[in-house]
Write a protein that binds this ligand. Structure first.
Ligand code: ADP
Ligand code: MG
Length: 156
């Protein structure tokens, strides 16, 4: 586990951009944190790092956006609307094992469908500054421990 502090939205985007270079097919990233924490901002940077040029906007209403123009497909999900259940038949495994990168905002709402291994990034605000965020990275499983090690070297 390690944390990174950012002081503005651009910096959070840049971290996403840098993480993208280490990603492989079937990687799953959980993005947790309150509304306005910066989950979509992070994903914009990650998409950019994968070479996606299309404008990335929050899939709040459609739940899943697919981008297939980059180095790897990106499946960007915001499952907030599944809070009350009903997420059972969206075919999660076709995304998680679909040779792309899955990024899931509000992953706690589909907890029972998540794979056993993933990278969890929790973004929280710092009360002292409006634009400061703490990004906490936690690996679940050996693939993600390796990913985090590589990533840590890259951002130094
Ligand atoms: P979420 O997807 O978590 O609901 P968004 O990424 O949509 O959050 O929104 C985050 C908002 O906070 C954006 O308006 C962004 O410009 C702003 N912001 C300010 N500082 C930061 C920061 N350090 N990192 C990320 N976003 C920030
Ligand atoms: Mg969002």
């Amino acid at each position: 586990m390690f944390t990174i502090k950012t002081n503005q939205a651009d910096e959070t985007e840049k971290i996403g951009d840098q993480l993208a270079t280490s990603l492989k097919p079937n990687d799953v990233i959980l993005l947790d944190g309150d509304l306005g924490a910066g989950k979509t901002t992070f994903t914009k940077g990650l998409a950019k790092g994968l070479g996606i040029k299309r404008y990335v906007k929050s899939p709040t209403f459609t739940i899943i956006h697919e981008y297939r123009e980059g180095r790897l497909p990106l499946f960007h999900m915001d499952v907030y609307r599944l809070e009350d259940g009903g997420g059972d038949d969206l075919g999660w495994d076709e995304y998680f094992y679909g040779d792309g990168v899955s990024v899931i905002e509000w992953s706690q709402f589909i907890e029972e469908y998540l794979p056993d291994e993933y990278l969890r990034i929790t973004i929280s605000r710092n009360d002292e500054s409006d634009d400061q965020r703490i990004l906490k990275f936690e690996a679940q499983g050996s693939r993600y421990a390796t990913l985090l090690n590589d990533f840590k070297k890259d951002i130094k």
